[in-house]
Each structure stands twice: as structure tokens, then as C-alpha cells.
Design a binder for this molecule. Structure first.
Ligand code: ADE
Length: 226
């Protein structure tokens, strides 16, 4: 998969050099391009924002640098994603859909947002999705893009070593995941549940499923439609 990111904070994405995604890049499974929006400006101050038409607080990102950046980056396969609190909600299902794409292009807005014509114009030449991480407001799209790339990247075949660890996660089956334990079996007066040391695989599977249901009912009843 190819991923391009347009941002005014390219340094932000330095962390993509490390961890699982760093390895995925080294092995060529993920190809990453991080583009500084200011490189597509032509004035001395490398201006990317201006005051909003109609008045109001804050600044709006100007359309011209975005247009030039996308002229350079977009191809026939690109899916353009604008992170925005006004977008559709990002879920594990979204992550799975995005993991099947060949080319993701993320446009990180800052300030009060990007001139709407950028989104409208981009829809005329590529598929576009506006995606929100959740019902809260971040200062810009960068953190949201990092989260999306991490959620999507680990679903690309080969990025996570043991594929079973992908299906046993929270949200993969619509439930929260069961609690996990490792050695020692007793720690500070707390013991690992007996069933997990019983060697009875059927009983372990049943216990884990019950734990998933109990945890989901308690913490996220909305996932059960309750
Ligand atoms: N940019 C600002 N807030 C955001 C959010 N909640 N999700 C995605 N992008 C954002």
C-alpha cells in the first residue's frame, strides 16, 4: 500500500519510522510519502491560511496549495481522506475497508478547517471520505491520521506477524476483548483465574466469551444494541 500525507507538520510523522509500521516500510509493504503543504505555496511567508469569508473566529486553510499538492500526489487509485470532527465515524470496519486500498492520501487540516472547495474539487477527481476519530475536537488532523494509519497498517497482510492476534482483538467480533494474563500465576495476592491454567480449551473459550459479553455489557452496552 502507498500512503501519502499532506500536512504543515511533517515532523509529526517521524514516529512512523519505528515499531511495526517502521518495519512494514523497511520491508516495502507500506510506502510512505509525507508532504509539507508549505512546499506548495509561492509567497515569501509560505502562507497556508487566511481569514474566513463571512467573518468568524479563526483561520481557514487556503485552497491553492492543496490543489497543487493533490495535482502532484493523486493517481487513479487514490482514496483521499480528510480527518474532520464533521466526518463519518472511524471504526474497525472503516480500518478494514481502508486496509484493502492501494493508495491512501490523507489531508491534514489545521485551524478552522480547509476551504470547502478543496474537498468539493477533490471529489471531482478522486474518491473522498471525511472521517472523524470521535466526538471531540483535536487541534488538527495529524493525531487522527496517526491513529488511522496505525489501525489500518496492522491489518495489511504480513504487517502483524501472527494473524490470529488480529481476530482476537476488541471490536473485531463486535465485542470488547477478554482480559489477558501471563506468568507469574500469583502476583501481589491476585491469582490468574483457574480456568486459564486448567488446560481445558473448551472451558477457556467459553470463559473468554463470557468475559467479553460481561465487559461489553458493562462498559459499552451500545455495542450490543442495548
Ligand atoms: N480533526 C479535529 N478533530 C478531529 C476528530 N475528532 N477526528 C478527526 N479529525 C479531527
Amino acid at each position: 500500500m502507498r500512503i501519502d500525507i499532506v500536512t504543515i507538520f511533517p515532523e509529526f510523522f517521524g514516529v512512523l519510522d519505528i515499531s511495526l509500521l517502521g518495519k512494514a516500510r523497511q520491508s516495502g509493504m507500506i510506502e510512505l510519502g509525507v508532504h509539507n503543504l508549505r512546499d506548495f505555496t509561492h509567497d515569501r511567508h509560505r502562507t497556508v491560511d487566511d481569514t474566513p469569508y463571512g467573518g468568524g473566529a479563526g483561520m481557514v486553510m487556503k485552497p491553492e496549495p492543496w490543489g497543487e499538492a493533490f495535482d502532484e500526489i493523486l493517481d487513479d487509485e487514490a482514496l483521499v481522506i480528510f480527518p474532520s470532527p464533521a466526518g463519518e465515524r472511524f471504526t474497525q470496519a472503516t480500518a478494514r475497508e481502508l486496509s484493502e486500498e492501494k493508495h491512501l492520501v490523507f489531508g491534514c487540516g489545521r485551524y478552522e478547517g480547509i476551504d470547502q472547495r478543496v474537498i468539493d474539487h477533490t471529489r471531482g477527481r478522486a474518491r473522498v471520505r471525511e472521517i472523524s476519530l470521535g466526538d471531540y475536537v483535536l487541534n488538527g488532523g495529524e493525531v487522527a491520521v496517526m491513529a488511522m494509519i496505525e489501525a489500518v497498517g496492522r491489518l495489511i497482510p504480513g504487517v502483524v506477524g501472527n494473524p490470529a492476534s488480529l481476530t482476537e482483538e476488541s471490536h473485531e467480533d463486535g465485542l470488547l476483548e477478554y482480559p489477558s494474563y501471563t506468568k507469574p500465576s500469583g502476583w501481589r495476592g491476585l491469582d490468574v483465574p483457574d480456568v486459564l491454567t486448567s488446560g481445558n480449551h473448551g472451558a477457556i473459550a467459553a470463559w473468554r466469551h463470557e468475559q467479553q459479553l460481561e465487559r461489553t455489557r458493562r462498559v459499552r452496552p451500545d455495542l450490543l444494541g442495548d
